[in-house]
Design a protein around this ligand. Structure first.
Ligand code: FMN
Length: 206
């Protein structure tokens, strides 16, 4: 019995195109894998600690190979709890909107919490090595415009792929929903329908 963690990064609930496509994916996934568990973490609703002050200091303490002070330890506990929950999953689905060509700030905050030396990556003899290994991830991207032919503007998909690769993911699948705004309602509907079809197909082999 596997555990799938669904990380949701749009705050737009049912209106969100990335949420709609992810919902179709999960629906098919549950039908194919009725014994698996699915946990959802919405980064806008989750209690994510601010990555500032003591927490940043606690990270530097680790990077310098020193011991945490009691205060740093307390701040770091919250980071460890979130990383443990993330690492306890066997499979991942991430859905996100493009915001200002990149990713929403709450997802970046979650990533800043997750990506820690000794937890999700390490520096080995051959340089950086990801520690989240052997687990597949599907990333569902929604964007108002169309970027598959304007890749130089896209800081959303390349960033997600880079950071997931950095922490060890090798099986990274993607579903792009676009354009959700710039082409009008008909094109948006077509984009969502096409992506839902792809999501359902992907879910049966995930
Ligand atoms: C704060 C904000 C910034 C956005 N920036 C962009 C952008 O840079 N490029 C783009 O194509 N669409 C942009 N959009 C539009 C969203 O990417 C689009 O509506 C997408 O469908 C949102 O995903 P969702 O429907 O899952 O929430 C932006 C929307 C918001 C709210």
């Amino acid at each position: 019995m596997a555990k799938l963690l669904y990380i949701q990064a749009s705050p737009r609930k049912e209106r969100s195109k990335s949420n709609q496509v992810a919902a179709a994916f999960l629906d098919s996934y549950k039908q194919t894998n009725p014994d698996d568990t699915v946990e959802t973490l919405n980064v806008f609703e989750a209690d994510l600690p601010s990555f500032d002050g003591l927490t940043v200091q606690a990270k530097y303490t680790i990077m310098h190979g020193a011991e945490h002070t009691a205060e740093e330890r307390q701040a770091w506990d919250a980071v460890e709890t979130i990383i443990e929950k993330f690492k306890s999953a066997d499979k991942y689905v991430i859905s996100l909107p493009m915001w200002n060509f990149g990713i929403p700030y709450r997802l970046k905050q979650y990533i800043d919490i997750l990506v820690q030396p000794g937890y999700t990556f390490k520096v080995g003899d051959n340089g950086y090595e990801g520690l989240v290994k052997g687990k597949p991830v599907v990333v569902i991207y929604a964007r108002g415009g169309a970027y598959l032919d304007a890749v130089e503007y896209d800081k959303q998909k390349p960033y997600m792929e880079q950071i997931l690769d950095f922490i060890g993911f090798e099986d990274i699948r993607s579903i792009v929903v676009e354009p959700t705004l710039a082409g009008g309602e008909d094109l948006a509907r077509q984009a969502v329908e096409g992506s839902i079809q792809k999501a359902r197909q992907t879910a049966t082999q995930f």
